[in-house]
Design a protein around this ligand. Structure first.
Ligand SMILES: [Zn+2]
Ligand SMILES: [Zn+2]
Length: 378
């Protein structure tokens, strides 16, 4: 007949993990052979330790709940020493019972941990950053293992309680010094502090719970993003160890230079070459905007070199507000370099007509009458 492991700990069937732990600590404190000289105590202590082991290991406990005995070799689970080679239910638990669980005790840490964030660059043309786009990006990342769904175990198998630390995730050592007993604890080297070991690792991920994979993800790029900005895709980063929740994926925008337009935040800039004569006489300049629309830019007679014409609302959309920036058209007035004989003759006549055949320093630029007096050309 199977032992009533719940009864050994004074508990009802289906007791919670923390009730089991509490009951065990209370009993172990009373029954440990070092403190209880009663000859029956040692046997009772072993019973209690065995019950604790049976009920804290999910596999063993399932057998108990099904009416079996996990330490009965016929049940197929946990053959060998009922104490898993770790002595009286594990030194950690005993120390816990005697030192009130406050000895650096944080319990086993989960095998499951959150995944890392990832960063990937995305090169876009100016049209795409200004007007928005949806781009597919390909990332090499860690994804959930499809074979074990993150559990890390081979199909049909389960993790077992680490026998080195009895599932506590840490091992403690006691040293005697002139100050008395010094207890120190460190993560269990066998299970890396998780309290569990995987006897049959998943053949696909080797117990990691995640595998590396190449994945294509569509990224919606809003209109108005700028070079260096990052778009966060929540939960599209790396899946964590043990199939833990994925981190975030950051997509950093890199804007390729455009042939015609440069960008300054929400404003676009371009340069147009304007012949000297057109600058003087005025003209209409055809201009293809960034969106491909044709427009005419009105250049007034007498336009100076360096003039900036503003086309309102033809810049980039504002990312966090409504409306668009402006397009600033810089006018580069071009002086003719090669004149034929007739052109030169005409320009000379024009110069004489305008009294510009013997130029000197600009009166306006040098303060009117005063500079005129000092003008060496006059
Ligand atoms: Zn796996
Ligand atoms: Zn361990």
């Amino acid at each position: 007949m199977a032992t009533d492991y719940y009864g050994v700990l004074g508990l009802a069937r289906g007791a919670s993990d923390s009730d089991i732990k509490k009951a065990y600590r209370r009993l172990a404190r009373d029954l440990h052979p070092d403190v209880n000289p009663d000859p029956g105590a040692k046997e009772r202590f072993q019973e209690v330790s065995r019950a604790y082991q049976a009920l804290t290991d999910p596999d063993k406990r399932r057998i108990v709940d099904l009416g079996g005995d996990p330490f009965d070799s016929g049940a197929g689970a946990a053959a060998g020493s009922p104490f898993g080679g770790a002595g009286f239910g594990g030194l950690g638990d005993i120390m816990d019972a005697f030192f009130g669980g406050g000895v650096g005790g944080r319990g086993p840490r989960s095998r499951v941990r959150a995944g890392d964030d990832a960063l990937i660059g995305l090169e876009l043309d100016l049209e795409q950053t200004v007007f928005g786009t949806t781009e597919d990006i390909t990332v090499d990342t860690a994804v959930l293992c499809g074979t074990c769904s993150g559990a890390g175990t081979a199909p049909g198998t389960h993790p077992t309680t680490c026998t080195t630390c009895s599932g506590r995730g840490e091992v403690q050592s006691v040293q005697r010094s002139f100050l008395g007993q010094v207890v120190s604890s460190r993560p269990c080297p066998t299970c890396a502090g998780t309290g569990q070991v995987i006897p049959d690792p998943c053949p696909e991920c080797g117990s990691e719970g995640r595998v590396r994979a190449r994945r294509t993800i569509p990224v919606k790029v809003p209109a108005g993003v700028e070079d260096g900005m990052r778009i966060r895709l929540t939960g599209r980063g790396e899946v964590g160890p043990g199939g833990g929740p994925a981190g975030d994926l950051y997509v950093e925008i890199r804007e390729r230079p455009h042939e015609v337009f440069t960008r300054d935040g929400e404003d676009l800039h371009c340069h147009v070459a304007l012949p000297m004569t057109a600058a003087a006489l005025g003209t209409t300049l055809p201009l293809t905007l960034l969106d491909g629309e044709e427009t005419d830019v009105d250049v007034r007679p007498g336009t100076q070199a360096g003039t900036v014409l503003t086309l309102r609302g033809q810049g980039a959309p504002r990312l966090r507000a409504t409306g668009r920036g402006n397009l600033l058209v810089h006018v580069d007035v071009q002086t003719p370099t090669r004149l034929d004989a007739e052109q030169e003759k005409l320009l000379r006549e024009l110069a004489v007509l305008r009294g510009e055949d013997r130029p000197g320093p600009s009166a306006e630029a040098h303060g009117g009458l005063f500079s005129r007096v000092r003008n060496p050309f006059k």
